[in-house]
Design a protein around this ligand. Structure first.
Ligand code: FES
Length: 110
């Protein structure tokens, strides 16, 4: 039965350095590719694989609506619920992410 497991992906200083506000970062947990974003909303995490044609969303950008924009064809995915703005694709999987005293943790269902 799938369960939520937490993974420490970066220490607190590493997280601040590697994922400053406005940036995206690819993280791999086993075979899962996850895109972590840092915005005024805090840290959020969605699947890294664009459901349109598979580009890596962590190579994209973030806009003022807190959407990640796929670099290939410009589809836009909400960082909170994973929904593509025109619903042209299935939603991205959304993951839990927490900044704790000892680092940035990602919650993944496995
Ligand atoms: S592969 Fe992402 S929009 Fe086409």
């Amino acid at each position: 039965m799938p369960q939520l497991k937490w993974y420490r992906v970066l220490g607190p200083e590493e997280a601040a350095k590697q994922i400053p506000k406005g940036k995206l970062q690819l993280v791999k947990i086993g075979k899962q590719r996850i895109c972590i974003a840092h915005t005024e909303l805090g840290y959020t995490a969605v699947s890294d694989i664009c459901p349109h044609l598979g580009e890596s969303l962590s190579k994209g950008t973030i806009n003022f609506l807190y959407e990640v924009i796929c670099p290939w064809h410009g589809y836009r995915f909400n960082l909170k619920d994973g929904r593509e703005c025109q619903q042209r694709t299935p939603d991205l999987e959304v993951h839990k992410v927490e900044m704790r005293e000892d680092g940035l943790f990602l919650g993944v269902i496995r």
